[in-house]
Design a protein around this ligand. Structure first.
Ligand code: IPE
Ligand code: IPE
Ligand code: MG
Length: 248
């Protein structure tokens, strides 16, 4: 391309005019929400589960293709056994109560992360929810459960190493596409917008590969206060961004 070329290649820049297809949220701040009210942390997690319910519904109404929510990280096992059991209890309660509603709303439930690390009955509940909603097409609601981006990449790399050892793949064949195909997100649209609530400005091992060119948004709202209006505001903010993908 000469230096005088005025118009960039059409594929080099994607505008955000069409809105994000895939939004992910690091749902943070439940503990602080509870603390401000002199309540136990579990009350914050309960309020957080309600915020999940309304935000998922709003995402479907707004026409998103995928909403990925960070519900439990591979590092969250480091919390007290009481808090871990409260979080697992809430997940159990949520799945038992909400899957029918997801299904009614045309929402497909999926997960990322290593669900084999969850308790047996929870694995069954997750599998049942995924199976029951698998034909829905309005929104992919992706729960990140026992998810860590480093763990996800380790699992993908091990899989590639096995393919190389067996001779099915040569080291030169490894490229971003081969890696992407083995990530938990392989059949989701590319990540457009990554939101973190509660004012923290870090990724905490969430979607590190997928965030390569995602727009990042950090909001002060504590997760239990997040709702459809907050999601709409985030999407409006995304609409003001110009994505370049290194192109210009
Ligand atoms: C997010 O809220 C919920 C999970 C990590 C499961 P926190 O529990 O991290 O709340 P803060 O960060 O202590 O306020
Ligand atoms: C990230 O939040 C995990 C989830 C939201 C599930 P954390 O509250 O666990 O992250 P750190 O510990 O503040 O980085
Ligand atoms: Mg936190």
């Amino acid at each position: 391309m000469t230096g005088l070329s005025a118009s960039p290649a059409p594929t080099a820049v994607a505008t955000t005019a069409t809105g994000p297809r895939h939004v992910a949220i690091i749902m943070d701040g439940n503990g602080r929400w509870a603390k401000r009210r002199f309540l136990p942390r579990v009350a914050g997690h309960r309020a957080g589960a309600e915020a999940v319910r309304v935000t998922v519904k709003a995402a479907a109404d707004m026409g998103l293709q995928a909403l990925t929510l960070y519900a439990f990280s591979s590092e969250n096992w480091r919390r007290s056994s009481e808090e871990v059991s409260d979080l697992m209890g809430l997940l159990r309660h949520y799945l038992r109560k909400e899957v029918a509603e997801l299904d009614r709303n045309g929402i497909r439930l999926r997960t990322i992360g290593d669900i084999s690390g969850l308790e047996g009955d929870l694995i069954d509940l997750v599998r049942d929810g995924v199976e029951r909603t698998k034909d829905n097409r309005r929104l992919d609601f992706v729960l990140a459960l026992n998810y860590g981006a480093q763990d996800e990449m380790v699992r993908a790399i091990r899989d590639i190493a096995l393919a190389v050892r067996s001779g099915a793949m040569a080291p030169e064949d490894i490229d971003p596409t081969t890696i992407e195909a083995r990530l938990d997100t392989s059949d989701l649209p590319p990540l457009d917008l990554l939101i973190r609530t509660s004012g923290e400005r870090r990724l905490s091992n969430f979607l590190l590969w997928q965030a390569a060119y995602a727009e990042l948004l950090f909001v002060d709202t504590l997760w239990p206060d997040f709702d459809g209006k907050a999601l709409a505001a985030a999407i409006a903010d995304f609409g003001t961004r110009e994505r370049r993908f290194g192109g210009r």
